[in-house]
Ligand binder design. Structure first.
Ligand code: SAH
Length: 224
């Protein structure tokens, strides 16, 4: 799967995705990630990507031409859908990440300022995605969240597929408390049941714990 990101800060992506599971997947070629500088698609001397909002108001708006041309330049290499990160978009959850992970690629546009000129959405037939009901200063961190959540569901990215199956939101009985060695540390012990070797009891205990742990405002779990 191939991820192309259009951003005014392409340098933000390298440091984040050189690390850990995603970093190793990129090294192995299981996924590809390319961050592209939006300013490469400006036509003026100042390489301007923003301008004042029609109708007035504070702040600046991302101009349509550089974004549309940047995405068009990627279309040959990446056949996937175009995604605009926007706070008012469709909410990212595990189910949406799983759906996106079945695509051959994604072209992700990161907004800045007051947002992106609305003509971009229709011109690119883009899908808007939000990572939650709060406003960040740019689409780069949201894009990273989307890429991470999606990439780890691409076959071959996470080494042990069993760990995906037991993730929270995937298996309804997950999110249970986890413990590893030492069995006692500063007088804090591990629940006896986990040392019992009785797998039926362990499963039952985990199910109970996971149910108790759920934060009340979390929405109903969906099966992916
Ligand atoms: N005034 C705008 C906020 C723009 S924030 C509004 O109220 O809608 C600037 C950019 O940051 C957005 O274009 C988007 O790309 C990104 N962004 C901010 N919060 C986000 C969120 N919760 N999810 C996805 N993208 C977000």
């Amino acid at each position: 799967m191939r991820f192309d990101v259009v951003t005014i800060f392409p340098g933000m992506f390298g440091p984040v995705f050189q690390q850990g599971v995603i970093g190793r997947a990129i090294e192995r070629g299981a996924i590809q990630l390319h961050a592209h500088d939006l300013r490469e698609h400006t036509h003026d001397r100042h390489r301007q990507v923003d301008d004042m909002p029609f109708g007035g108001g504070p702040g600046m708006v991302m101009k349509p031409e550089p974004v549309i041309e940047a995405v068009e330049a990627l279309r040959g290499a990446n056949p996937g859908p175009v995604i605009l990160m926007e706070p008012w978009g469709e909410r990212l959850d595990q189910e949406l990440a799983a759906e996106l992970a079945r695509q051959p690629g994604l072209i992700i546009v990161c907004g800045r300022y007051e947002g992106i000129d609305d003509r971009v959405r229709s011109a690119l037939q883009a899908r808007e995605i939000s990572i939650g009901d709060y406003v960040l200063s740019g689409g780069e961190i949201p894009a990273m969240v989307l890429i991470d959540a999606t990439a780890r569901l691409v076959p071959g990215v996470v080494g042990d597929p069993g760990s995906l199956a037991q993730d929270s939101f995937v298996d309804e009985m997950t999110g249970w408390p986890q413990f590893t060695r030492p069995a006692e540390y500063r007088g804090m012990t591990v629940p006896d049941v986990l040392l019992s070797g009785d797998h039926a009891r362990i499963r039952q205990w985990r199910r109970q714990q996971a149910a108790q742990r759920r934060v009340p405002h979390n929405k109903e779990l969906k099966k992916t």
